[in-house]
Design a protein around this ligand. Structure first.
Ligand SMILES: [Zn+2]
Length: 362
């Protein structure tokens, strides 16, 4: 009903007016500092566990390789989010990827509020948006041309460029009213993971590798959507702070970390029987990997009756009148499909406002 490009009142406003990526160089995200990135987590060293669970972020560090990173595993959280949308399979897969990306990035930055990750592209799936709200809530939605998505062959639907086309990936941090919004933009003409890597390389100048996967997985419990992500970043100690005898071999650290990381298969990011700790152990046990306390994640929409009411009130009187059906306005949250009903009076229509239904435009 109340659909004119506003998923809800939280929708990132003014994106069309944004400045170019270079203009906002200094206004980008709160910087990640190696020393404070994980101060919220108590380092714990423990053997890999199989039963660590799902729907979590697992930060880790491989000190010997100057690497820190995180893994994200989403089971029930992403399944609930995807199922209620009932999008075509290729769109669901992208939605799973952007949701897990928002969790990956949202838990790696210091802020309180919301990180919005959004695509704006010219292909069949022209918009994907995922919001991560601290400390661990995520929701998402997609806009797409159903006929154009259906027209793609299975092989074409696996190609991110055929699905999304070309455009931008936009990151926005919103910490609430009366705070400055941080925004970053990077070109998108491939996978979401590639765009995220490019963002870190260009804007943050941190060499970064990102892997994202989403898909339907069947096991003894049945079939469900799952999503997984992994990221490593190269954060060497400041020049001169390393013992001189280690300087020579340190040059190989990042290439070695990337080579190990690149052996990760999509199914390993999705396998409910392969815990992220076991996967990390498989990759980095020779170099010594330490994990930090996991951060739980869940699918949760923060829509409310008040928010939707506010959105509807922003439409013109004529538009609001046109929303009235059988004396009621019904609005559906596009993130969670929750529905809310309002009386014409609640949305600021006077009792004698004409109902649009059947009145024509004469
Ligand atoms: Zn909602």
């Amino acid at each position: 009903m109340a659909d004119s490009g506003h998923p809800d009142t939280d929708f990132p406003a003014g994106l069309a007016n944004r400045t170019s990526a270079s203009d906002m160089e200094r206004k980008t995200f709160p910087r990640q500092h190696p020393e404070d990135i994980m101060t919220d987590h108590t380092p714990t060293e423990r053997p890999a566990r199989r039963d660590i669970g799902d729907d979590l972020v697992l930060p880790f560090t491989v000190d010997a390789l100057d690497v820190r990173g995180r893994m994200v595993r989403m089971g029930r959280s992403v399944n609930e989010a995807i199922r209620q949308h009932a999008y075509p399979e290729p769109v669901s897969r992208l939605l799973g990827e952007i949701m897990v990306l928002s969790v990956l990035l949202g838990t790696s930055m210091k802020f309180n509020g919301k990180l919005i990750v959004q695509t704006q592209t010219d292909g069949p799936v022209n918009m994907l948006v995922a919001d991560f709200t601290t400390p661990g809530y995520v929701r998402g939605l997609a806009r797409f041309d159903e006929a154009a998505v259906k027209a793609l062959s299975d092989e074409e639907a696996r190609d991110p460029v055929r699905l999304m086309g070309n455009g931008h990936l936009v990151f926005t941090i919103d910490q609430g009213p009366n705070t400055e919004r941080y925004q970053g933009v990077v070109a998108l003409s491939g996978s979401l993971a590639e765009a995220a890597e490019n963002y870190f390389a260009q804007s943050e100048q941190i060499p970064t590798r990102v892997r994202l996967a989403a898909g339907e997985v069947s096991d003894a419990q049945g079939s469900g959507w799952r999503a997984g992500a992994a990221m490593i970043q190269h954060l060497p100690p400041a020049a001169g702070s390393r013992p001189p005898e280690e300087e020579g071999s340190a040059a190989d650290n990042w290439p070695r970390a990337m080579a190990l990381f690149d052996t990760i298969e999509d199914h390993e990011l999705l396998d409910p029987d392969l815990s992220p700790e076991r996967l990390l152990y498989r990759l980095f046990h020779e170099d010594g990997v330490r994990v930090f306390d996991p951060v739980p994640v869940e699918w949760r929409c923060n829509c409310s009756r008040e928010q939707l009411l506010e959105t509807i009130r922003r439409f013109s009187e004529e538009e609001r009148a046109a929303m009235v059906e059988n004396g009621r306005i019904t609005a559906t949250c596009q993130f969670c499909s929750g529905t809310y009903e309002f009386t014409p009076e609640e949305v600021g229509l006077t009792g004698d406002a004409p109902e649009a239904e059947g009145t024509g435009d004469d």
